[in-house]
Design a binder for this molecule. Sequence first.
Ligand SMILES: C[S@@+](CC[C@H](N)C(=O)[O-])C[C@H]1O[C@@H](n2cnc3c(N)ncnc32)[C@H](O)[C@@H]1O
Length: 216
Amino acid sequence: MDWKTTAKEINYTPNSQGYIWGTLHPDIVELAAQANIHGNWLNLAAGDGRYNELLIDSCESITALDLDQKALDRLAERLSLPQRNKVKLVAGDITTPLPFGDHQFDGCLSTGTLHFLKPDVLRTVFGEIFRVLRPQASLIMDFAVDIERECPDGSRYVIEDEPQFTLDEGKNLLADIFQNAQYDLRVGTVPDFPVNNFDLTYIFRCNVLSLLVVLP
Ligand SMILES: C[S@@+](CC[C@H](N)C(=O)[O-])C[C@H]1O[C@@H](n2cnc3c(N)ncnc32)[C@H](O)[C@@H]1O
C-alpha cells in the first residue's frame, strides 16, 4: 500500500465534530498569528480543513486542494454560508503541476503532508509552490520527522515508500530548499495520536518541524 492509497482510505465520519487529523498544533497556531495573512491563500493537501480557521477571517479567498474529494466535501460541510463563498475546492495531486497561474497566491499553508514526499519530489513540489506564490508571499507548513506508528501488538507499521526523515535530515533539507528565504522554524512533537481507519489501528507519534517562511 503506498502513501496515496493510504490517504485515500481515510474514514471521514459524517458530522463528526473533531478534525480527522487531530487538534491544531500550537506551533502552527503561533506562526500563523505572526504571519501576514491577507489576499488569496492556497491550502495545499487541505484534508478536512483543520487549519482553515486560521486563514478564513483574514483572507479574501482560500483555494483548498486535496487528492481526496471526500476530504474536500467534509471541509465544505464545516463552512458557514458566507465562508463558502470564500473557499474554492480543487481535487488535485500536489505531485503534478499545480493547476494555477504564476504568482497567483499571497500565501500557502500545507500541513501533515509534505513529509510523505521523497526529497526529489519534494523539491519539484516546492518549485510549483514558489511558482504560484507572489514575491514576499508567506508559507506556513509543517514537516513530520522521526515518525513512529505503533500497532496494538507493539510492532511498527511502516508505510511503504514513505521517507523516514530524522530531525537533522528534515532540518537540513528544508534549510537547503529555503536558502534564499527568511524563515522561523520551531521543533515540536505530535504526542500519541490514535489512528483507527477500517482495518488499520495504530498510535502515531513524531517530532515535527513547523515553519513560517517569507519568500524573497
Ligand atoms: C495527514 S492529512 C493532512 C490534512 C490537512 N492538511 C491537515 O493538516 O489536517 C494528508 C492529506 O494529504 C492528502 N494527499 C495525500 N496525497 C496527496 C497528493 N498527492 N495530492 C494532494 N493531496 C494529497 C490526503 O488526501 C490528506 O487529506
